[in-house]
Design a protein. Sequence first.
Length: 404
Amino acid sequence: MESSAGYVLTGAQLATMVEGGAPYGLIAQGAVVVRDGGIGWVGAMADLPVEFQTLDRCDLAGRLVTPGLVDCHTHMVFGGDRAMEFEMRLNGASYEEVARAGGGIVSTVTETRAASLDELVQAALPRLDALIAEGVSAVEVKSGYGLDRDTELNMLRAGRRLGEMRPVTVKTTFLGAHATPTEFKGRDDAYIDEICIPAMRAAHAEGLVDAVDGFCEGIAFNAAQIGRVFRVAADLGLPVKLHAEQLSHSGGTQMAAQHGALSVDHVEYATAEDARAMGASGSVAVILPGAFYTIRETQEPPIAAFRKHGVPMALATDLNPGSSPLNSLLLTMNMGCTLFRMTPEEALAGVTRNAAQALGLLDRGRIAAGLRADLAVWNVKTPAELAYRIGFNPLHARIFNGEL
Ligand code: DI6
Ligand code: FE
C-alpha cells in the first residue's frame, strides 16, 4: 500500500518511543500518516488534521505499532559454523582439545577465507531473514573473520549485497582489529600496522565502511593498538565503536569515549567511572546478553551506573558463530530484562531509539513526524509483551521506508 498522496494507519496503539511523555511514548488511539517513505503526521486519531482525512486508510484493529527494530551489533557474515565445537565442549572436551580439533575463532576465519562472496551472502541470508521476520528494519554487519585484506573486504561487500537483496538497511562496520590471525601469532602490532590499517583504508576507498570497531581485551588488542586504528579512522572521517570490558577490565571504554565513540559494546566489566565517561561522550552502551549467556559469564553490566549517568542503552544479538549464536532480537529483549533487570521499556528503547543512535541513524528509531517510516505492527495488547514472551513472534506486518 503506497499511493503518492500517502495513507493513514488507524486504530493503532502507538509506542512512539518519543521521550518525555507517557511511558513508551504511548498514544492509545493513534494514527500515523505515511507518505514518500516518511512519517507525515503522528497523533491521536481524534486530532487527525482535515488535510489527511481523505487519504486511504489501513485499520490496524487495536494492534501495537512500534518503530522498526534495529539490531546494532551483529557478526552475521561468516563461513561455516561452530556446532561441532559446542557439542565437543558439552561432551567434556577442554579448550585445548577444541582448539586442536580446529575449533574456535580460527576455524571461522579459515572457513570465511575459503568462502566466495556469493557463499558468504547465501549463508547470511537466512540469518538476516529471521531477523526481518521479527520486525527488524536495520542491522549492522561487521567484518572481522577475514583478518586479511581480501577477506575483510569480501565480508563488507557481502554486507552491502545483503542490503540490496532485502528491504532492510545494512550498516557495515570494519572490525579488522578483532583477533590476530595465526600467521601473525605473537606479532599483534605488525598485524595492526601491516594488515588491519591498510585493509581499512582499502575498504574505505571502495565505499564499504560505515564505522570502525575493535576488540579491546587481554585475548585481543590493547587500548594503544586500537587507538592507532581509531586515529586513522578519524582521518578518514569514519565513526568508531568498540568491544570493551567483555571478559575483563582493560580500559577500552575510556579510550573509546575519548574518541567520541558511537557505542561501547559488551561492557560487563565497565566501572562507574567508565559509565561517567560514556555519559560525557554521548556513547551508547550496547548490552549483549547472548554472549553473556553463551559463555556463562557472571559479571553483569553496570545497568544502574548507565542509568545514573544518562548513558543510552541498546540491546543487540551479537549474532556470531562462537560466543553468541543468537538469531532473535525479541529473545534478546527478554534476556536483557531477565538477566540484567532492564525494564521492558528500556528493552524496547534498546532495540529502537538507542540502537538507531548506536548506528548513527538519527532519522529513525522513533515514531515522529519527519522521520523515516520504518514500522513494525504487532499482535500484542501491551508493549511489555514484546519482551515478556520467550520464543514467540507476534509480528503482524512490517513497513519499510513507507512500504507495507
Ligand atoms: N567478542 C566475542 O564474544 C566474539 N567476538 C568478540 O569480539 C567472539 C567471536 C567468536 O568466537 O567467533
Ligand atoms: Fe561482537
